[in-house]
Design a protein around this ligand. Structure first.
Ligand code: KG4
Ligand code: ZN
Length: 331
């Protein structure tokens, strides 16, 4: 089964063709990073206009690179939430038009679920039950996955998402945009010498990063952050220690077989290294290009949704605040 995936929830226009939910035939990404960099963040109106310009050429490129004619496609999968409404609309409208014209089934995909399914593209078949840590620009979620489509939420951030915290810290330290990769790079030449608060929120699997960000801001106002490398390394270490500590604690409580890491922050070198070092459970992490937003993960997720008999009608809409539906699973 070849599925065309389309992703436009934020600032990447992406299209991909994936076979049987596991084999990437093409994975095209038109990034808007340079356009938004001058504003220091994503400007929603600018993003949707760029999606409009890029969506059809990117889909065409994905089909060409996969040497796949539309007649060979089994279905079209598209992110329909969560994300920026105007951006989501472009991908969803394109997907609906193509599904209608080509007479192919349509699958609306939850962007967070797609991030989880990036792990099916990395060559090692994940085994249930799994603990998923999703760390992106808008989410920090600990999710227990009992089987395909079976999720229960163990914890989430109570304020800033991990990626958002990285982006704000980079702004405080004048490291540029996008902040996560900038901190990752700067931290390579630094040592975690600053004492920064760690918010453990005992008795829960929730996270909080706003106190850490404020502490960094105060030190910066007082001119006490030291070198940019040391400040970046200290901030990164504080985020990573909490993410890794709480993830391993949750995995122990739930008795999972594996831990899956996904979302843009999963591209962070220190997080990848420390989780693998510290975890007594096998850890699966997709290659960095499949951690940040892409359409291969949407196509992979679409395949498994379709295998469960899930097809959307052409009146499917964008849902900017779409949640990952929780289903209680037996423990
Ligand atoms: O998943 P993603 O591409 O988009 C959303 O769904 O939000 O995640 C983007 C986030 C941004 O906050 C970005 O700064 C962060 O992921 N990020 C990183 C790294 N690469 C991207 N954070 C830390 N280290 C990185 N190497
Ligand atoms: Zn994402």
């Amino acid at each position: 089964m070849k599925v065309l995936g389309i992703e436009s929830s934020c600032d990447e226009t992406a299209a991909a063709v994936v076979e049987d939910g596991r084999r990437i035939l093409s994975n095209e990404i038109a990034s808007q990073i340079e356009i938004h960099a001058r504003y220091g963040g994503v400007v929603p109106e600018v993003a949707s206009r760029q999606h409009l310009l890029a969506v059809i050429p990117t889909i065409r490129q994905a089909l060409d690179k996969a040497s796949t004619d539309w007649t060979e496609l089994t279905a079209v999968a598209v992110t329909h939430g969560p994300g920026l409404a105007g951006s989501l609309l472009v991908g969803v409208s394109a997907a609906k038009s193509l599904a209608f014209a080509w007479k192919k089934p349509l699958a609306g995909i939850n962007h967070l679920e797609a991030h989880i399914y990036a792990n099916w593209l990395a060559g090692v078949e994940p085994e249930f039950p799994l603990l998923c840590l999703i760390v992106s620009g808008g989410h920090t979620d600990l999710i227990l996955m009992g089987g395909h489509g079976q999720y229960s939420q163990l914890g989430r951030t109570r304020d800033d998402a991990a990626g958002e915290a990285f982006d704000k810290a980079a702004r405080i330290l004048n490291l540029g945009y996008p902040g996560g990769p900038a901190i990752d790079r700067a931290a390579k030449d630094g040592k975690p010498t600053l004492e920064l608060p760690h918010s453990w929120l005992p008795g829960t699997f929730d996270f909080s990063f706003s106190g850490l960000k404020t502490a960094l801001y105060r030190l910066s106002e007082e001119g006490r952050t030291g070198t940019a490398g040391d400040a970046a390394a200290s901030f990164q270490e504080a985020v990573v220690e909490v993410l890794v500590g709480k993830t391993i604690a949750a995995a122990r409580v739930c008795g999972v077989k594996q831990i899956l890491l996904s979302g843009g922050v999963a591209a962070n070198r220190r997080l990848r290294e420390k989780l693998k070092q510290a975890s007594p459970f096998p850890v699966l992490i997709p290659p960095p290009v499949l951690c940040t937003d892409n359409a291969a993960m949407v196509a992979a997720c679409g395949y498994f949704r379709l295998c469960q008999g899930h097809i959307d009608s052409l009146d499917m809409d964008v849902i900017p605040d779409l949640q990952l539906i929780s289903k209680a699973i037996a423990r």
